[in-house]
Design a protein around this ligand. Structure first.
Ligand code: GDG
Length: 750
């Protein structure tokens, strides 16, 4: 197994210097402990032998202290450190600038706070480049690289361009926003960011929504289509998936039972013996919804006066990013609001909000989690939110979690009381519901959530990600399409000549004939006709033309030949010498709404037109202005995909055509059915379009599958252009004397 190289903005520790005494302080947080434990495991598997795993990040110590760090770190052998030293101003523009004043607000839906300074973006690109330059010379072929978070979105691409075969994973810890938000970024930047991420083999997000948002942005901006969670990008398979981060469950559960924690907890409980405790802990960040939470709490005190004096709200705010103005202003506002609430509702013996602005020691944090009857976790947006999970893990069987429905954690913690954080009355009534919840119900909800958090803890998360990364690499290997060369042609030809019952499945447009500007003019020329005549003259051959075309066009052009015709991707079939058979019979009322939308797009995109067939309706944009046609096609795809949700229709992003058809039949299923009936001892299948991929997959192991044109495909082989189809078919199927002569000149054009 190769090295694991973790790359994050910061190194996982900071350097503490006290006179001559030097120590390294490990950063708190699940990620660091999970990865450390992953490293420890790897080392244990090697019988305690030191692993060569690496952690790379920007150092928060000056370069002259590097020797000291190495000496201090030497005792710890789980991983080695690769520090990057970045000039302060550059770092400031990259980190406080682009990362935290553009990406952070925008990705959390605070678009009005994004400050699109070009010097920020330049610095971001530059620091990503510094990471790449430092790492590239040290990379080994079997290294696994795992890049973390929004500060390093371009790095995967920078590494990929220099190391096409590298294994690269990327995980985004914050939300990936909807396309409507992402598109607000300046055009060039958003493309660079997406292309940057696409350098990875596996891109991970916390939730299904973020995955969908990313897939949509990739489709709209890069024109890459997804197949389940896979994207084909520049001949490479990239997988996009969700990996909801977990916590180190046992650490929280065990610390909860620790005597010191118990002492701290009892002290808190004694202090507020006759009161219920509501608790919050957040970094000072506008995404955490502190103002809205305080508004909700104020409304709770106003609307439910019976709870006054019977509860307190402990609000702990952790200092963060205080050099950025948007953060500093918030602190003042929050403190004023707390003052107003306390001024308005306090009595001589009671104050509703206990506010602290500091970082709590770990055991005190756990003691507070345990003492709290209610945890109020109401961010306006949050990638995941670990506090919610930690509160649940620390519980000894009681407590209620009130959680924002806009935090990633909400999709896993459905037993929490879910609230809309901006809805003041919803927050207030949720506090009341939580305070009044019977103990048996608290237990029930907590234990269900605990089981889930325990099962998918942070170690599972790391392993899951690494397993998927290895799987993607294997699939990429399998997917590598081989160029059809002389050796393969000889093999196929020999098989052809030995066989007695052959099926030749051929796509029409883009395969047998070139694409024509007007679909109705794609009649076969004499060369195609000659080939078909020759092939069908041999009684051992059964030729099947399998197309997306309507049946009357196929009849008109190919009806004279002794072939099987398959129209509209399998909706109609005409076997040799027989009549057309419809595979589906439904009313075509569904077309009306689709036609109406497509007509709008015809108006909005000169040169495009609609083609209607029995079971499909298509919008063609081959003859439109290149950029416009493509971008309109992305919009149409988007509109149609939403429209047909929960119907039996399907939208296909074909070659310069967007098509809607009735789901349930495709070329793959049809091809399988036909060869099932024929039981051939030789099958050849050729096609160029996305819809032909269904055949290539269905016929895996059953046929020689050949894709026309470059590009990733499930086919076994590829030929470089449509012009090569007839010569290659001729070669494969004629009785030429050996040795074989390939038509080199024709074979080379594209
Ligand atoms: C990102 C995403 C995603 C907080 N105050 C104290 C303290 N903490 C610890 C908590 C928790 C961590 O900090 C905060 O975790 P979050 O999940 O809220 O957010 P981040 O780590 O800032 O950021 C987030 C996460 O990445 C993981 O993918 O969940 O959505 O923004 O562990 O316990 N710890 C101590 N004292 C405190 O006062 N000891």
């Amino acid at each position: 197994m190769g090295r694991l190289i973790i790359i994050s903005n910061r190194l996982p520790f900071s350097l503490d210097k006290d006179g001559d005494k030097v120590s390294l302080r490990q950063s708190s947080g699940g990620l660091v402990s999970a990865i450390k434990s992953y490293f420890e495991n790897a080392s244990a598997q090697r019988g305690g032998e030191a692993t060569e795993n690496v952690w790379m990040g920007v150092a928060d110590f000056p370069q002259e202290d590097w020797e000291l760090v190495v000496a201090t770190h030497a005792a710890e052998q789980d991983f080695s450190i690769l520090p990057l030293f970045v000039d302060k101003d550059l770092y400031d523009n990259y980190y406080n600038g682009f990362s935290n004043s553009v990406l952070w607000p925008l990705f959390h839906y605070f678009s009005s706070l994004a400050n699109y300074e070009s010097q920020y973006f330049d610095a971001y690109v530059q620091v990503n480049q510094l990471f790449a330059e430092k790492l590239l010379p040290l990379l080994r072929p079997d290294d696994q690289i795992w890049i973390h978070d929004y500060q390093l979105m371009i790095l995967p691409h920078l590494l990929r361009t220099k190391r096409p075969e590298a294994t690269i994973g990327f995980f985004l810890h914050i939300p990936f926003p909807s396309y409507e938000i992402f598109r607000l970024l300046p055009t060039e930047w958003k493309k660079i960011l997406l292309q940057g991420l696409m350098g990875a083999d596996l891109i991970g997000f916390h939730t299904y929504d973020y995955v969908q948002h990313f897939l949509q942005s990739a489709k709209m901006l890069l024109g890459v289509d997804s197949y389940f969670h896979n994207l084909q990008y520049q001949d490479r398979l990239v997988r996009i998936d969700l990996f909801p981060i977990g916590i180190d469950y046992n650490k929280f559960h065990q610390t909860a039972a620790d005597p010191e924690t118990e002492q701290l907890r009892n002290k808190i409980l004694d202090n507020f013996a006759d009161k219920k405790i509501v608790f919050s802990v957040d970094r000072l960040d506008y995404t955490k919804g502190l103002m809205q939470r305080l508004n909700g709490f104020e409304y709770f005190l106003e609307r439910y006066p019976e709870w006054r004096e019977k509860m307190i709200f402990i609000l702990n705010v952790v200092p963060s990013r205080d050099t950025i103005p948007a953060y500093n202003d918030r602190k003042k506002m929050i403190e004023e609001k707390i003052g107003t609430i306390n001024g308005r509702f306090s009595s001589i013996s009671w104050q509703p909000v206990i506010y602290r602005y500091n970082h709590l020691p770990f055991k005190e944090l756990i003691a507070l989690y345990q003492a709290a009857d209610v945890a109020l976790v109401t961010p306006l947006r949050d990638g995941m939110n670990l506090v919610a999970k930690e509160y649940v893990a620390s519980s000894l069987g009681r407590g209620v979690l009130v959680l924002s429905e806009l935090a990633g954690a909400a999709s896993e913690l459905s037993e929490a009381i879910l609230v809309n954080p901006t809805d003041t009355s919803d927050v207030a009534s949720s506090i009341v519901r939580a305070l009044a919840m019977p103990l048996y119900e608290q237990r029930n909800r907590i234990s269900l959530m605990q089981r889930r958090i325990q099962e998918y803890d942070v170690f599972k998360w790391v392993n899951d990600f690494m397993d998927q990364l290895a799987q993607v690499k294997q699939e990429q290997q399998k997917q590598k399409v081989k160029l059809l060369d002389e050796k393969v042609i000889t093999t196929i030809r020999r098989h052809y000549q030995r066989s007695r019952n052959r099926c030749l499945l051929l796509d029409y447009d883009g395969t047998l004939v070139p694409f024509s500007r007007i679909p109705s003019e794609a009649a076969p020329d004499n060369a195609v006709k000659d080939l078909l005549l020759r092939l069908t003259a041999d009684p051992k051959n059964h030729v099947i033309i399998i197309s997306g075309r309507d049946l009357s066009s196929l009849d008109r052009w190919l009806g004279e030949f002794n072939v099987t015709l398959v129209a509209e991707h399998g909706a109609s079939t005409k076997r040799r010498g027989a009549a057309w058979q419809q595979m589906v019979s439904v009313s075509d009322l569904w077309k009306e709404e689709i036609r109406r939308i497509m007509q709008l797009f015809v108006l909005r995109c000169a040169g495009s037109f609609i083609e209607e067939k029995t079971n499909t309706i298509a919008w063609h944009y081959r003859n439109t202005q290149a950029g416009l046609g493509f971008s309109r096609s992305r919009e149409l795809l988007n509109t149609l995909s939403q429209l047909i949700q929960n119907t039996t229709l399907q939208v296909i992003d074909g070659n310069k055509v967007v098509e809607v058809r009735i789901a349930g039949f495709d070329k793959g299923a049809t091809a399988l059915k036909i060869i099932g009936e024929m039981d051939p001892d030789f099958t050849l299948c050729m096609g160029d379009d996305t819809t032909d991929e269904d055949m290539f997959k269905a016929l895996e192991g059953e046929a020689y599958t050949i894709k026309v044109n470059n590009g990733a495909s499930a086919a076994q082989y590829t030929i470089l252009s449509q012009q090569q189809v007839l010569p290659v078919l001729t070669l494969l199927t004629s009785e030429l004397p050996e040795p074989l002569q390939l038509p080199k000149t024709k074979y080379a054009d594209s």
